[in-house]
Structures are given as C-alpha cells and as structure tokens.
Ligand binder design. Structure first.
Ligand code: 3AM
Length: 178
C-alpha cells in the first residue's frame, strides 16, 4: 500500500478551490476536487504489517482540534521551473504541532525522518513545462485568496493508487482530535 497522512477538506472549500482551478494554463494537470488534501506526512509504499503498526501509532496520538485558514497561492519550483501550483495556509502553530506529533509517532514506528521542511499547502495543479508568464499571472491574480476558517476535527490515513490521469485516494482510517 502507498500511504500518506493528510487533512481532507470540507466540500464547500473544495468548491471554492475548484473555481480557482478553472484557469487556463497550458501544461497544468489540475487536481480533481475530490483529491484535494493537505498532506501532513508522505509515507510511501508500506507492507501490511507496517501499515498496522502505523495505524496503532496514529491511534495513540492525542492532539486537540483547531481551525485553519487556506490563504494565498504559490508554486514549488525545480531548476527554475514551476512544478506545482498550490494554495497556502495561514501560519498555524496548532497545525505545526499536529504535524510534529505525527512525525514523531511515525519515526517511533521505524520510518526514516522526513528531511523536507513542512510546507503546508493544498496542491491545485502539477505543471509540465507550463509557460512561466501564465504561472506568475495566476499567482498574482489569486494571491489575496482567503477561504473561511475550516474546523480540523480529525486527520486521515489515505492510501493512494497511482493512475494514468489522476491518482485515486482512499481514506483508510480517520483519527479524531479531542
Ligand atoms: O500534497 P501534495 O499533493 O503536494 O506529491 C505527493 C502528494 O503531495 C506527495 O505526497 C502527497 C500525497 O500523495 N508525494 C508523492 N511521492 C512522494 C515522495 N516520494 C511524495 N512526497 C514525498 N516523497
């Protein structure tokens, strides 16, 4: 199983993001709204027994619910080219705290530490050679995007099946926050 831990998003919010994603950018592979999520930890290919340990570790995690606000748009770049277009998250110590707890729990299960800094985001599109001018205009046009705060009452262990068009993400377990 290919696993990751993420927050899912309420449908009202997905619908708002989908409006952003109606822009025409050549080379953009827009994420379908049912796939929008905020990744807390990518785990990757996992044998069944390890998945059980992960589930156990995540079940034992205690953290409080909170609210978060999606705001702003930005890109990830590689070698000077934009590779992904995303919506950002307003600074949120409770989200950082939850992510740290998940990271600690997973390392206790024997996973290698995640080396990359946590940059909370919701990916709207992956970009294949998209014209940079279009990408810059998109970011400028939507930089003031700000959604209503959303309640975070659980986090989710997802499995992911890579597809030709879009991946299929299945929520496997939801972990309630207090
Ligand atoms: O949350 P986003 O959409 O930015 O790109 C994958 C997706 O990110 C990322 O994990 C999220 C859920 O699939 N991902 C895929 N392979 C990865 C890897 N090898 C990865 N993240 C880190 N390492």
């Amino acid at each position: 199983m290919r696993l990751f831990v993420a927050l899912d998003l309420p449908w009202t919010l997905r619908e708002r993001l989908a409006v952003l994603a109606s822009a025409g950018i050549a080379g953009a592979r827009w994420v379908p709204p049912e796939n929008y999520h905020l990744t807390l930890r990518f785990i990757g290919e996992t044998p069944g027994h390890r998945a059980e340990e992960i589930d156990l570790a995540l079940s034992g995690l205690r953290a409080r619910g909170f609210s978060l606000t999606l705001a702003g748009v930005g890109t990830f770049t590689k070698a000077g080219r934009s590779t992904a277009l995303w919506v950002g998250v307003e600074r949120n110590p409770q989200l950082d705290h939850l992510q740290t707890k998940i990271e600690t729990a997973l390392q206790r299960c024997g996973l290698e530490p995640e080396r990359r800094r946590f940059q909370p985001h919701v990916t709207l599109a992956r970009l294949d050679n998209a014209p940079e001018g279009k990408v810059v205009s998109f970011v400028q046009a939507h930089n003031l995007f700000r959604a209503d705060p959303m309640p975070v009452e659980h986090f989710t262990l997802f499995s992911s099946q890579l597809g030709k068009e879009a991946s299929v993400y299945t929520p496997e377990v939801e972990y309630e926050l207090a």
